[in-house]
Ligand binder design. Structure first.
Ligand code: ADP
Length: 554
């Protein structure tokens, strides 16, 4: 700053100095010209008077150092010259000042003298005898004039430099000091020079703008944190070098990290090879995804490259807990495979018997037996398909008609339906207890009672019993089906509710079981928001209890 001010002052001072010098030189040059002319005229007048009286002798005795005197005859012949031999001089009649003096008595001119080889001033006067006396002197030049002033110019220049440096420093201090004292947090409260007001107003405006923008950014960041903080999905934003910019609560739990991981590279924070590999893939392809088990649950990781203005600015990692979904997928796959298998077996049996009959290999007395097999397998297929349809209806959770149902009446109905089946196996079947009125889907409740009783008969022994008990209190209705059958070993008890799970496959199939009965029961109970419990001891029997809230479906 001081150096700039110094330079500016120096420039102004030197420009002024140069201008002044120019004017002074012009004035002085003019002044010295007039003085010289007057001196020449004075000297010429003295010399003219002397020449009038003593002629050449007067001129010869003159001690002339600064002037040149030339005496010219009427015809222009040079009679005398104090610097050059007149014999060597040409005729001077055509010289401007001499011509003028011949004509008007006096003459003057100024020109470059070939003789003296310099700019010369001439003054001439005609004497009484008609001759002309001329005096001349070298004209003072601008260069000489300047040369004569060199010393004062130098002194003034040095003075100007010193003065400019001192003034520059002082002015810079005076300008800068108030600037240094400025309170930029409150620009308009500064008491400083007026010229700064527009700047301070501008700063104030910009400050307001910055504050507004910051508040807006903060609000947006808070909103973002609020949204991502409450997300169940894990979210991590990385910059283009892989450093963590943002990580939400769910992701912190998943990766078992705290806020200190912000700014660190994801590869350092999470040492799993998959993250490293799929980061690379997402950088190359724009997107990558993988599944991985973490903390005992299954997660899907989605990695997407973020591009802005054709440049990669970062990566976003989203992780979803897909444990239930994956289990459901697995279940569906297993179910499809089981369904295919279960459908295929009876169909193969049917095709086998029909092939035998068609080829004529079957004896005519065997044909009724084969038809019986075919009928049995076909009805197994129908039962299986009906069970699958029921299960898929329950899976879809479609609304079914709800009405007031008496569980006691249903138990009675089931007893009547299964009476023959129980009797054929020498099993006593009975029900007792309350009406057990509740709101529910009659068809589903019937299925529950029927399947439980059917199993209790199927997996029983000759001479055994099946007892159905219905009880109720203010809130719940309970159904208990107890048998004295083969029982279920402890390790199978959890799994008998799975689709197509059978403890003894051959026994189940022989008795026409589909392996879906208890699965349907479980879903139908869940549909009514009920609870199911199983107690069983091998060779002693099984007790299955179901508790329904009376008004859960109202
Ligand atoms: P299934 O059509 O084979 O009877 P379920 O789903 O009804 O299929 O039953 C699954 C398996 O549970 C049966 O195969 C059987 O092994 C066992 N099970 C069910 N109920 C009883 C019971 N009361 N006593 C003993 N085992 C049973």
């Amino acid at each position: 700053m001081s150096s700039k001010i110094f330079k500016a002052i120096l420039l102004i001072a030197f420009s002024t100095l140069l201008g002044t010098l120019l004017i002074i030189t012009v004035c002085m040059f003019d002044y010295f010209g007039t003085v010289q002319k007057n001196q020449l005229v004075g000297e010429l007048s003295i010399a003219a008077r002397g020449t009038e009286v003593a002629g050449k002798d007067f001129l010869n005795q003159l001690d002339l150092k600064n002037y040149r005197i030339t005496w010219v005859a009427k015809d222009g012949t040079v009679l005398f010259d104090n610097e050059i031999n007149p014999a060597n001089m040409e005729n001077h009649a055509d010289r401007e000042e001499i011509k003028e003096a011949f004509e008007h008595g006096t003459g003057s001119s100024s020109r470059y003298s070939k003789t003296l080889t310099k700019k010369t001033v001439y003054e001439a006067v005609r004497l009484t005898d008609g001759t002309v006396l001329r005096i001349s002197a070298g004209r003072i030049t601008v260069f000489v004039l300047l040369l004569s002033m060199i010393q004062p110019i130098l002194i003034v220049s040095i003075f100007v430099v010193i003065l400019s440096a001192v003034l520059g420093k002082r002015m810079a201090k005076r300008i800068v000091e108030p600037l240094n004292r400025l309170d930029l947090d409150n620009p308009l409260e500064n008491d400083t020079y007026e010229e700064l007001s527009p700047l301070l107003r501008c700063i104030q405006g910009q400050q307001r703008e910055i504050q507004r923008t910051l508040a807006c950014l903060k609000q947006k960041r808070d909103e973002f944190n609020q949204i991502t903080g409450n997300m169940r999905e894990s979210l991590i934003l990385l910059d283009n070098a892989g450093a963590i910019i943002t990580i939400n609560l769910s992701a912190k739990k998943l990766f078992r990290v705290t806020d200190t991981c912000i700014g660190r590279n994801i590869i350092e924070v999470d040492r799993h090879q998959n993250i490293r590999d799929f980061m690379q893939k997402s950088m190359e392809n724009g997107h990558a995804e993988f599944r991985e088990n973490r903390n005992g649950r299954e997660y899907q990781f989605d990695l997407s490259r973020i591009v802005s203005d054709d440049a990669v600015v970062g990566t976003v990692i989203l992780a979803f807990d897909i444990t239930e979904q994956a289990e459901a997928e697995r279940g569906r796959r297993e179910f499809t495979a089981n369904v295919s298998h279960e459908l295929k077996t009876p169909l193969q049996g049917i095709i086998g018997y029909t092939d035998l009959m068609e080829s004529g290999l079957a004896k005519s007395e065997d044909i009724p037996r084969f038809v019986g097999y075919i009928k049995k397998e076909a009805s197994r297929l129908v039962t299986l398909i009906e069970d699958i349809i029921r299960l898929s209806q329950l899976d879809e959770g479609t609304d079914m008609p709800v009405s007031e149902v008496s569980l006691g009446h249903l138990a009675d109905e089931v007893c009547k339906t299964l009476f023959d089946a129980a009797k054929s196996k020498n099993i006593s079947l009975s029900w007792s207890g309350a009406d057990g009125n509740m709101y529910g889907v009659k068809r589903l409740l019937y299925e529950i009672v029927y399947n439980l009783c059917d199993n209790a008969i199927t997996y029983n022994r000759s001479g055994g019993s099946v007892k159905i008990t219905v009880s109720e209190d203010d809130k719940n209705v309970r159904l208990e089906v107890a048998d004295t059958g083969i029982g279920i070993p402890a390790e199978h008890q959890e799994r008998v509710f799975e689709r197509f799970y059978r403890v003894d496959k051959s026994h189940s199939k022989q008795s026409g079981g589909t392996g879906l009965g208890l699965s349907i029961v479980k879903h139908a109970v869940a549909y009514h928001h009920g609870k199911i419990a199983l107690e069983s001891e091998p060779n002693k029997g099984t007790v299955i209890t179901v508790a329904f809230p009376k008004k859960s479906l109202v």
